[in-house]
Design a protein around this ligand. Structure first.
Ligand SMILES: C[S@@+](CC[C@H](N)C(=O)[O-])C[C@H]1O[C@@H](n2cnc3c(N)ncnc32)[C@H](O)[C@@H]1O
Length: 310
């Protein structure tokens, strides 16, 4: 069935761009695209938050414009996001979009992303983008639909980089297993399988995301075991658990996340603003995990913990 959309155009101060972006995503937008205001020419330059970091030009303009999309009719989500954004000094304009217009606008903003770690790389591309695979390159096709995880958001990129680092530094056993909590499009679990993981499971509280992840698993010829179960109901233990969800939820789930890691295994946490890093480190150290390494990009931090072997 065709789905019509509300396009949100949010304008506010550059320093709270990442927070505004998180609020828009938390309200149910499948992602956020950015337009920068060229302060010299006064014109809007459209680019996506999903472009590779190295392709982005330094933008010093104080005002930012973010575009997000909510299903038409979701007045409650729109009201909440309006209130939350106004608290941090952001204003909204909205317009109605027919399903077909939305698809075209959305697709135009998505570009292939390459995530590198010491000469190794994973490229995530939208299905409709043609790209020739170079020898040894890991290529992942993603059709994001209504789910988060096109590969280019800083929080996803740092998860991919962490998985690359754990694999390439031989910190995991051969043919390891992964549990991806909040799988979205399935991008992390699919990348893991392509990097040699023998077992990959994903959970999401959003049934639409699970449907998208299932489609992407099939597009990439990878086997994922997907479930809408609450984390405490997920059986087994994994060499690697990854969770790219917001900091409050990570803290709430800390014990359940820890329970799913094998002794000697690892936990990747993302979706953390740098202002939240200290509290998250304290919460996960308090349950016996040891910080292994971290990555930082813009205002976001990803933390990787090791669980002591017995
Ligand atoms: C930021 S997206 C991450 C998607 C993908 N893993 C990535 O790294 O790009 C967070 C996802 O977590 C899901 N989510 C939020 N809270 C959750 C929870 N408690 N358990 C499982 N999934 C959750 C959301 O529905 C959303 O699809």
């Amino acid at each position: 069935m065709a789905q019509d959309w509300i396009e949100i155009r949010a304008t506010g101060p550059g320093e709270s761009k990442d927070l505004a972006s998180s609020l828009l995503i938390a309200s149910g937008s499948p992602g956020v695209q950015e337009e920068t205001v060229d302060s010299v020419a006064g014109k809007l330059v459209s680019h996506s938050l999903w472009e590779e970091e190295t392709q982005e030009e330094e933008d010093t303009s104080p005002v930012r414009v973010l575009k997000a999309y909510l299903p038409a009719g979701d007045e409650a989500a729109l009201g909440t996001v309006k209130t939350n954004l106004s608290r941090i000094g952001w204003a909204l304009e909205t317009s109605f979009l027919k399903d077909t217009d939305w698809s075209e606008k959305w697709k135009k903003g998505l570009k292939p992303i390459k995530v590198k770690y010491r000469g190794f790389s994973v490229t995530v591309k939208p299905t409709w983008h043609k790209l020739k695979r170079s020898p040894g390159e890991i290529l992942i096709d993603i059709d994001p639909g209504m789910a988060f995880g096109t590969g280019g958001h800083a929080t996803t990129k740092m998860c991919l980089k962490s998985i690359l680092r754990l694999v390439k530094s031989a910190l995991l056993p051969k043919g390891p297993s992964i549990l991806d909590v909040g799988t979205g499009t399935g991008v992390l679990a699919i990348a893991a399988v392509k990097l040699g993981f023998k077992k990959a499971a994903g959970t999401d509280i959003d049934k639409v995301a699970l449907k998208v992840a299932r489609k992407n698993a099939s597009l990439n010829k990878t086997k994922l075991s997907l479930s809408a179960k609450d984390l405490s109901g997920v059986p087994g233990k994994y060499d690697l658990v990854a969770a790219n969800i917001l900091a409050g939820e990570l803290t709430r789930l800390s014990r359940s996340l820890n329970d799913r890691i094998k002794p000697g295994g690892f936990l990747i946490l993302s979706g953390i603003l740098d202002s939240e890093q200290t509290a998250i480190e304290a919460a996960f150290s308090a349950i016996g995990l040891q910080k292994a390494f971290s990555f930082k990009e813009k205002e976001w931090v990803a933390l990787v913990f090791g669980k002591p072997a017995r």
